[in-house]
Design a protein around this ligand. Sequence first.
Ligand code: OXD
Ligand code: MN
Length: 611
Amino acid sequence: MLFVGIWSIFRSIFFDTVIEGRFTMTTNKKVLEFVRESELLCKPDRVVWIDGSDEQLNALRAEAESTGEMVRLNEEKLPGCYLHRTAVNDVARVEHRTFICSRNEEDAGPTNNWWDPKEAYAKLSELYDGAMKGRTMYVIPYSMGPIGSPFSKVGIELTDSIYVVLNMDIMTRMGSAALDQLGDSNDFVRGLHSKAQLDDEKRYICHFPEDNAIWSINSGYGGNVLLGKKCFALRIASYQGKNEGWMAEHMLILGIENPQGEIKYISAAFPSACGKTNLAMLIPPEVFAKKGYKVWCVGDDIAWIRIGEDGRLWAINPENGFFGVAPGTNVKSNPNALSSTQQGTIFTNVVHNLEDNTVWWEGLDKNPPKNALNWKGEVWDCTAGEKGAHPNSRFTAPAKNCPCVSAEFNNPKGVPLSAIVFGGRRAKTAPLVYQSFDWNHGVFVGSIMASETTAAATGAVGVVRRDPMAMLPFCGYHMGDYFKHWIEIGKKLGDKAPKIFNVNWFRTDDEGHFIWPGFGDNLRVLLWILARCEGTADAVETAIGYEPKAEDINLEGLDLDIEILRELLNVDKALWAEEAEGITEFYGKFGDRLPAELKEELEALKKRLAE
Ligand code: OXD
Ligand code: MN
């Protein structure tokens, strides 16, 4: 008996963790099976388990440096920082090659590309077959969310890219601790990534929500290959959240501390390119800073939200770093983001300043380097008119570097939300801020979120792109069911629900200039929002929601006429009538999966506008 017991312990330690002489770090049979199957398919020369130790990561950094995959930057000015260049055909997320492979086509809904999972697995298996020959397959165990938090979930990403390993180290909690958290459980997301040949005709980012699986091939760009981020923490997690009663949202989380030292938390969803990272790291205007107001960043991109024991909504940021857009980041626009990039950061597709082995991008300062390489690695003449950094060039920076990182960043319980804010980029329609009448109306406000295309992008100007809750490219299932999930969460919350608001920092005058100063001054609007949550500020009822009286937005220290503020708060009923038509058309896409509650909200809006 004793012998059998000792034998089985020995067996599980020896045979399950050392397969064919290689150390595997776990005895979890499902993990071992996944790694083994993927290895047989991709046929790497070797398999390396990532334990997250400094020793292992330093060796990988040295290897990436020796092959030219990464360039080590000036150790004095940017300690521990590296530059990487992607292939020129591989610089952004590829929405048209991103698929939700649910068993039923209907379940992917009208806003996603669908692919039959059987066909997708078959096609991608052909592409993965032997794709890692001559390469190493890295096994990355990682946790989205602090280790040990009830919010957190584990993923295993298999990849043939050191760049992915080193980015995942910054963006997640990576290594042995994640496997310890998983134990014997089968509840992990299986992510398989191969750069393969970086062929953009054969690039696929496929999600199998029913299998907890993500297959990504032929890309090396962050948003397509750091599988913990958009793929897991939004697309797969939104599906998990629907089934398990929680929410995965494309939202920043920030805390506002008042002069009495009390901190209230807000989460906010904006489409890409609307300043989420800037808002998450906002610097209060001087008059507010002097009074003792502070802003703390919990997250800049993703929030996982659950109903807590007290019946309120609580949120964590499942990530551990920032994958921010470099161009436009500077000491004025976002000094906190810039400080976050001063050590242990990976820069992708920015300018390499050969004068002092540092980096540069458009909008960093007015001194482009004279002796430099552009994002493609070509000699760059800053006077010739061509941009040096790619417009979607990025920094991957550890959250712990951020001067305003919240003390609750690693709190396994998360932070309680007082308010949820939606926003978009609208030249005329949406006022500076309004509050929804109640939760369902708030869900309606989120569902009609939209941005107008600007002159900065190619294509027609002023075209409205609907992006409900900023989740259009990230919702892993039918968007009508997603709206329904929001309505259901509201029913559970009852009167403990946070209040829902909409903001628009982008109203323009007749010459197209922004009227509201934005950046740090957005705090003035956030303070009205918090005052509404506490019941200490007044509001005016309009056809679209509650609005502040101009006098209730604190303009102290800001050179802005109150009449201009009134203009910013103005609701043009004729424009809103057109908007209601646009919403009707958009809602038509969802057929009978559009919740009745939202149809009612739309009818009620039309009625109020006609009054
Ligand atoms: C991002 C995005 O990269 O939303 O965060 O596109
Ligand atoms: Mn984002």
